[in-house]
Design a binder for this molecule. Structure first.
Ligand code: C5P
Length: 235
């Protein structure tokens, strides 16, 4: 599997309210960042147009839309997103949803969300599941691989347990990354960029440590530097 260059390993979460704010942030970051994540908040506020602009500017774009619906709808929605020419799309890791998205995706890479990190064992029980978090993550990771899904969104700590289960080829993408000494915010189980890369993450998703930094470009460059050092050490 070919590994992306250090800059390409960093995905910046454009978690801002307006397209104007996101556009200004991307302009500030310039060539320090090559890959952006657009989530639901921005997507529903004009972010689909912004995705196109970013693609036209030569950036890679991850649409974090977490699709989940009946198969026919997921397949057709995925096909529409694939037509935009973006790079990654998230879907929930239900077998029907994954099969449908696969049918509609073409070259668009699909990332499955196994279990939301805001859920613990008690939340899953409350929602009617027979599995705890660790078992359900492992089960859904195996189902995603069987469905031909390209990668998984995992918390940093799950990287370590899931990589051996799914093998080297699936992309592992992790949020919850904080540079050493940075404010963890509401992220509870964090790793540094270097630790996440060493733990076999293909891409790390970083939001506030860059988007709310006094100097976002310098913050992004520092993280890319950390990724470079980790890659030089072997991964
Ligand atoms: O600002 P921060 O670096 O915490 O942003 C992380 C990004 O990753 C946010 O867009 C957040 O919604 C997303 N994310 C997460 N944890 C998950 C799934 C997605 O933090 N389990």
């Amino acid at each position: 599997m070919s590994k992306a260059a250090a800059t390409d390993r960093l995905i910046v979460a454009l978690d801002v309210e307006t397209v104007e704010a996101a556009r200004a942030l991307a302009a500030t970051l310039g060539d320090a960042v090559s890959f952006y994540k657009i989530g639901m908040e921005l997507a529903y506020g004009g972010g689909l147009t912004l995705a196109q602009e970013l693609k036209d500017a030569g950036k890679r774009v991850f649409m974090d839309l977490k699709l989940h619906d009946i198969g026919a709808t997921v397949e057709r929605a995925t096909r529409q997103i694939a037509r935009m020419g973006v790079d990654f799309l998230t879907i929930h890791a239900y077998p029907q949803t994954m099969a449908a998205a696969r049918a509609g995706a073409g070259d668009l890479k699909l990332l499955a969300v196994t279990v939301m990190t805001s859920y613990d064992d008690a939340d899953l029980k409350e929602a009617g599941y027979a599995y705890g978090v660790a078992d359900l993550v492992a089960r859904r990771a195996a189902q995603a691989k069987a469905a031909g899904i390209d990668g998984l969104i995992l918390s940093p700590l799950e990287l370590v347990t899931i990589r051996p289960v799914i093998g080297p080829d699936m992309l592992l993408v992790t949020p919850g990354v904080r540079p050493a000494g940075a404010d963890a915010g509401d992220q509870k189980r964090i790793m540094t960029p270097a630790q996440a890369i060493a733990a076999s993450a293909d891409h790390i998703v970083v939001g506030r440590p860059i988007t709310r930094a006094a100097d976002p470009r310098a913050a992004a460059q520092a993280i890319v530097g950390e990724i470079e050092s980790a890659l030089a050490l072997g991964r």
